[in-house]
Design a binder for this molecule. Structure first.
Ligand code: GAP
Length: 511
């Protein structure tokens, strides 16, 4: 038996990612570039596997969803039409003493989260006092302290929502002052006014400055899908309802890029736009809400680490929006957004391009601009969630400790490590034969250096679900041991069965 602890310390995850070749700070030899990261040998495998799993779940398993890979650069009118030039901004505020910049909305949300935390702690304390007989739901409904704090949250939320909706930056600042929010660096309340800050990066195309045009790095992949709506419709034999999926880089000049790869200025999105008949969008909104949270569970995330969070302020294009939040080491935060975008984007592109972006519905015998339900998930955030969920330090029976990444086998960067017990007596040659047999199907890792115990620990830290060890008996009985990362149990199996055994163990259909 071993005892395990899941870490709540982001620094531990960051160090592990660096030490074991998952993620490095960008251009580190020049002291790095703030909030930009590079994915190392194991990081790229894990990221690729998450992306491929999403792609298979969305495109391969749905006959009515097709893929697309649109360019990052798009015609500048795209962003005027989509509303991003005029309205894609965050409210920012600076602390005059520390000179640090913050998102005003995040400061207020964090203040509300602190009160929520108080409520939860109060309930936990009561639970401890009253034991099994404790009725949490009743406590939350009746305890005077809880009710007072809940009332506080409701009041802040109502004021916050009204200020955002009215674009009232002065009231956002006043709310920060009234809530007595201090800068975490300087500890003071010496704030500037709140200003809107557009998040798009711009650059120039064309060789001569005077002739060049300003273009933008896309802040979301979605617009590449909207502008290709007709192309895909006319070439894919799809009928409504159908979806278009895309994975790719997006760029936002985030005011505060922090918490490792959670919020960066360059990141990857996995988005799907589902085109539906107007009037049916709420049914499909519910459908995708449920389908997407179920997908997160297949990554091994516990129910208690996932929740929905309805948007306080809807984006300019949405009539309903919800986030799926994951319980990261720094608390519950958005990992995916599900948005009912109405016919806003297609209508805007229709107007700005002068092209008719409509669908002829043979059942209704009429044409219309379809409504859209969007599912939009961050690949890097999903990576961080998988890492945070998988990283554990286990205390073993003999008193030693191991760090292990219990990544679901189908996502693990390396599926199998092939380890000859010794570097002599023909064991490496036998191990190479096995490596050659498995490497066409899976990412494998050959290692003959160090003691077998050390090699197991290294593979545990990389999240390799299976280690195959070749010993002297293997040369005569043609059997090897296969060690399971999570249970550390070893099983002796025939070399001839290995391919089938490994294939079955890492099959994504099991999840
Ligand atoms: N097309 C809709 C859209 O872009 P969003 O909620 O702004 O919606 C969707 O972004 C997802 O993209 C988020 O849930 C998050 O996982 C990811 N994301 C957004 N900004 C990010 C950033 N700065 N760094 C990393 N991931 C980000």
């Amino acid at each position: 038996m071993s005892t395990e602890t899941k870490t709540t310390d982001l620094q531990v995850i960051i160090s592990h990612c660096k030490e074991y070749g998952f993620i490095f700070p960008s251009s580190e030899i020049y002291d790095g570039l703030g909030a930009v990261y590079d994915y190392g040998p194991y990081g790229i495998e894990l990221k690729k596997n998450i992306q491929e799993y999403w792609w298979k779940s969305m495109v391969q398993l749905h006959e009515n969803i097709v893929g697309l890979d649109a360019a990052i650069f798009m015609h500048p009118k795209t962003w005027k039409a989509s509303g991003h030039v005029d309205a894609f901004s965050d409210p920012m505020i600076d602390n005059k003493d520390s000179k640090k910049r913050y998102r005003a909305d995040v400061l207020i949300e964090d203040a509300m989260a602190k009160i929520e935390d108080k409520i939860s702690k109060e309930a936990d304390k009561a639970h401890k006092k009253f034991g099994d007989a404790f009725d949490r739901a009743m406590f939350l409904k009746t305890n005077p302290n809880v009710l007072r704090n809940q009332e506080k949250i409701n009041t802040i939320e109502a004021r916050f929502k009204a200020a955002l909706e009215a674009n009232d930056m002065a009231d956002l600042k006043q709310l920060i002052i009234d809530l007595e929010i201090v800068c975490p660096i300087s500890g003071t309340r010496n704030w500037t006014d709140v200003r809107q800050f557009n998040l798009m990066f711009s650059t120039q195309v064309g060789s001569v400055a005077e002739e060049s045009d300003t273009i933008y790095l896309r802040p979301e992949t979605a617009q590449g899908i909207f502008v290709n709506f007709l192309n895909v419709l006319n070439t894919s034999r799809q009928r409504i309802p159908f979806g278009i999926a895309q994975v790719g880089k997006a760029f936002r000049n985030e005011i505060v890029a922090r918490q490792f790869i959670f919020r960066t200025r360059e990141f990857e999105q996995m988005e799907m736009q589902f085109f539906v008949r107007p009037g049916t969008e709420m049914e499909w909104y519910e459908y995708w809400k449920n389908a997407r949270i179920a997908w997160h569970r297949t990554l091994g995330f516990a129910d208690s680490d996932l929740k929905f969070h309805d948007h306080i302020k809807l984006a300019f294009y949405a009539n309903a929006a919800v986030d799926i939040e994951y319980n990261f080491p720094f608390g519950f935060k958005e990992i995916e957004g599900i948005h009912s975008r109405t016919d806003y984007d297609l209508k805007q592109h229709q107007e700005f391009s002068g092209k008719r972006l409509q669908y002829f519905d043979p059942e209704l015998n009429e044409s219309y601009v379809p409504y859209v339900i969007e599912t939009s998930i961050g690949l890097n955030r999903t990576f961080l969630a998988v890492m945070s969920n998988s990283y554990k330090v286990e205390k073993l029976e003999d008193g030693s400790e191991r760090s292990v990444l219990s990544i679901p086998p189908f996502l693990a960067p390396i599926k199998v490590a092939v380890l000859p017990l010794m570097k002599k007596d023909g064991l490496p040659e036998k191990a190479r034969e096995i490596m050659n047999e498995l490497k066409y199907d899976h990412m494998c890792f050959y290692d003959e250096k160090d003691s077998i115990g050390k090699r197991y620990r290294r593979q545990d830290a990389l999240g390799t679900p299976f280690c195959i060890t070749i010993d002297h008996d293997s040369l005569t009985d043609n059997k090897v041991t296969i060690r399971d990362r999570d249970t550390m149990k070893q099983e002796r199996v025939s070399v001839s069965e290995l391919r089938a055994i490994v294939a079955q163990k890492v099959d994504w259909r099991r999840y």
